[in-house]
Design a protein. Sequence first.
Length: 144
Amino acid sequence: MVNIINYPNKNLFKISKKIYKINNKIKNLIFYMSEIMYNLLGIGLSAIQINKKKKIFIIDISKNKNKLKIFINSKILYLSKKKIYFKEGCLSFPGIYKNIKRSIYIKIIFINIKGKFKIYKSKNIFSICIQHEIEHINGKIFLN
């Protein structure tokens, strides 16, 4: 099992590259990411956190860890003006938590594992997780 890269590793600040083909290599990467995230008791992980510069992130906020959501080439379409503070952590920042102000509602476009474009609306904690992971694929960190 590979280690998560931790801050201040400069690769966390690199912008991830768009995926043009969802092949077995990408599917295996997603499976590998899910194993890492679940083993570390995380609720989200982007490929850049395991040193893969791909615009992929996964999220599972379910209690039983059985509702994995996969997002490829995600782009924000809408962020609500209504915001909330939420105490966030990150697998790349072990033991560090910070109250972050984020939009409560979000709408994104992404590609699913089958290569289909999807539009997804979210609110509350799932919305916060999406915003956090999109920052990762865009070379930003939650402490900024």
